[in-house]
Structures are given as C-alpha cells and as structure tokens.
Design a protein around this ligand. Structure first.
Ligand SMILES: *Cc1c(COP(=O)(O)O)cnc(C)c1O
Length: 418
C-alpha cells in the first residue's frame, strides 16, 4: 500500500490531508481533481520492481503497493486490468513507425478502460464502509461502475444519473447489472451536477469523472502494465483518445510515478486525440490557454465517449501533453468511421469509434510533424467495438456473399466475386 502524503490542488498547489477534503479544493471549485501524492523518496527506497516478477496477480491490484488501499482491504472480484499488449508490426508499417503496440483495454470485464477507475473507487468505498456509490455518465463509466458493483460479495447500491435521451442500449446495460438508474430530463451536464448534489445530500460516494480524484489512481495502472509488459523500456509516444481528459491524466501520472521511482528512464510524449466536433483541448493547447480559462462550447460528434464541451479533467489533460512535449490533434467524424475497420484489420483489435480514432490521430500527428518515422508508439485502445455495433456496420462497405446452400453455388459465387 502507498500511504497518501497529501492531496494537491493542481491549480493553486495547495495541499490537504485526505481527511480534510474529499473531491476538490473548495476555494477553487470544480476545475480540477486533486493529485493524490505519495512519499516517492520512501517508496523508491522500499519498493523493487523486480519483486513484481513473483506476483501471480495479473490484474490492476498487482500494483497495489502504488495504490492508496490498505494491504488487507478487499477489492472487487471482477478481473480488471492485466489486458494484453500486442505488438502490431503491420500497424507500424502502415504508418511508417519503427514499432507499434496496442494496449487492448476493451478486453476489460465491462469492455472499457473505465473499469480501472470504477474498481479503484468501489474498493475505497468498501474500505470506508460506504454502501452507495453514484456517477453520472451516459456510457462506459456507468457500465463499469454498475458491473464492478454487481461483482461484490457484499451488497453495494449503485446509482447512475443519465440524461433521459441516452441511447436505450446503454441504459439497458446498467439495468441488466441491477443499478438504480435516474433518467434526468435534461443534458449530461445537468445530470452530472445533480449527481454530485444528491451525493452530498445523501452521503453517497461520487465517482464522477473530474470530481473523484481516485479515478486517476485507477487509470494510471494502465501505464504500469504497459511499462512492465515492455520490460520497463517505455516507448517514445503513447496515444489515446480524449474527452474529459481523465484517462490521459491517469496515463501521465502512471508514467511519471514510474520515473520518480527510478523504474523507468523517461516519460513518453503523450498525444491526445479528439473529434473535430468536440476538440476544446486541441484549441486550448494550440492557443496556449490555461485550463482555468476554458469556457464550455457546443460540441457534436458521433464518437460519444469523447464528446465533452468543457472537459472535466482539463487541468490534468493539458499538463499531461504540455509537460511531455506531446500534442493534441483533432480528426473528423468521417475519418473516425473509417478507422474502425482500418484499425481492426491491422491489429485484430475491434475498437469502438471513440477508441479507433487514435489511428487517424497518429496519421494527423505524423503529417503535422509531432511524431517522426522511426519512433515507437503504444496505441491505448480504450473501448471494445461491440459497444457500438451500429456504427461498425456503417463503417464497412462490403456485404457478405449471399449463396444457395450447395457447393456449386458457393464455388460459383466465390469465383465470381473474388
Ligand atoms: C471515457 C472514454 C474515453 C475518454 O476518456 P476521458 O477520460 O473522458 O478523456 C475514450 N474512449 C473510451 C472508450 C471511453 O470510454
């Protein structure tokens, strides 16, 4: 277990004991989640990366010495993390990179990287004796929380706030897991604020992205896995899709911590990919605007998991890119649809559009000179393609061959078509 040194506000630098403040600096407001910081000198002196070799746990709790949870505290049973890192030489070749890997986080139990954050938050809730955890989301974060909650051996109430306009399939996944679902006749932003207010009223634990700082702690484990899977040789670049900015902030923290521990020798450049129709972080980065000065904008993209008009974890997202000399790039919805089959055919990883977008993002980053050929890149694939089958169907132009059920017809059809 890592003992928390303090929670630090990313805007003012003010520090708090974990008992003093829960979510964000009350004097600053909901602009940024805290950094959860540890005594890295002490961790460096006591932890040894080679001891991990003997650890049979393949999931995210393999790294619990770097997570804020007591050694004997129970964790949710769902097997979160430990996702594969595939070497992808054809992907590298298609883009002119020296080496490429895909970290397939769609292989998590509820099929997205969000499971890491939900598992961390639910573990903390259990250790504090909290019996209700709530979040606002229309998609993967809610499914992750509902699934992790349903896996517990003790009863835990999960309450999800969604806009009543949310897609029926996503609401169905929550109801299947037995979550209580509040359908708000309003926008996602209204559902988000209501969720937080109700949590304060009822004493529920709030998992909202951009409110709960421990979501970053869960998400950073993806970087620990990437580094260990590459035998602690970190790549030049890591690319990921960005909506609220929480995942890229978590990836950054993971690599920074490994560097502080002396387990790795560099922090990779981070490239964040946004949809053109929802690209406030691209704008802020290009125009050198501070996270505290960003204003909400109207957004529209088919990539629903990365649609955010005012990214809730913008301070951490901008810091991740700026401090690593990385970049933010935007790609169009048309390009995003094309990436679904392109990425799947080059890697074997079927990703949802909000995730396969990284392929077009790297193409753009190369065009703009942010990445050079001969660099190595890890593509973090955040969500499984089965989350959005309708969009996948639209992305493929060829139909299958329709044949009569006899050998002659099949051979004739094959010979004609191919
Ligand atoms: C949530 C999500 C993202 C974006 O993460 P942020 O933390 O909002 O930037 C990207 N891809 C998938 C599949 C997601 O579920």
């Amino acid at each position: 277990m890592a003992e928390i040194l303090h929670l630090q506000d990313t805007v003012s630098g003010a520090t708090f004991a974990p008992t003093q403040a829960e979510y964000f600096n009350p004097a600053i407001g909901q602009v940024a989640t805290f950094d959860v910081l540890y005594d890295y000198e002490q961790l460096r002196a006591t932890l040894d990366r080679d001891r991990l070799k003997a650890n049979p746990n393949r999931g995210m709790w393999r790294y619990r010495e770097l997570l804020p949870l007591a050694p004997d505290a129970p964790v949710p049973p769902l097997a979160v993390g430990g996702t594969p890192l595939y070497e992808a030489p054809r992907l590298a070749q298609a883009l002119g990179l020296s080496q490429a890997w895909v970290k397939d986080d769609g292989a998590n139990p509820t099929a997205s990287l969000k499971d890491r954050a939900s598992s961390m938050v639910v573990a903390l809730a259990m250790s504090r004796g909290i019996t209700t955890v709530s979040t606002a989301s229309t998609g993967n974060a809610a499914a992750a929380l509902a699934g992790v909650g349903a896996s517990l051996h003790q009863a835990m109430e999960i309450v999800i706030f969604v806009p009543s306009s949310a897609p029926i399939a996503k609401i169905a996944q929550l109801l299947v897991y037995g979550a209580r679902v509040v359908l708000v006749k309003g926008t996602y932003d209204q559902a988000f604020d209501l969720c937080y207010d109700v949590c304060l009223e009822k004493g529920w634990y709030c998992r909202n992205t951009g409110i709960n700082p421990y979501t970053t702690e869960g998400k950073k484990t993806v970087s620990f896995e990437i580094a260990e899977q590459l035998h602690w040789q970190v790549p030049d670049v890591v690319v990921v899709s960005v909506g609220d900015g929480s995942i890229i902030g978590g990836i950054h923290k993971g690599f920074v911590e490994l560097y502080q521990l002396g387990w790795t020798t560099k922090v990779p450049r981070l490239i964040g990919v946004q949809a053109q129709g929802s690209s406030p972080l691209v704008q802020a980065w290009q125009d050198h605007i501070d996270g505290t000065d960003m204003q909400p904008i109207a957004v529209s993209t088919l990539a629903d998991s990365i649609s955010a008009g005012l990214p809730r974890d913008r301070m951490k997202a901008l810091r991740a890119v700026r401090s690593t000399q990385g970049a933010f790039v935007a790609v169009t919805d048309a390009e995003i649809v094309e990436t679904i089959p392109t990425f799947a055919r080059l890697t074997g990883v079927f990703a949802e559009p909000s995730s396969s977008v990284i392929y077009a993002g790297i193409e753009r980053a190369i065009q703009l000179g942010y990445i050079h050929s001969e660099e190595s890149v890890v593509f973090v694939s955040t969500g499984n393609g089965l989350k959005d089958v309708a969009r996948a169907q639209q992305s493929v132009t060829q139909n299958g061959l329709l044949v009569e059920p006899d050998l002659d017809s099949v051979l004739k059809a094959i010979n004609q078509a191919w």
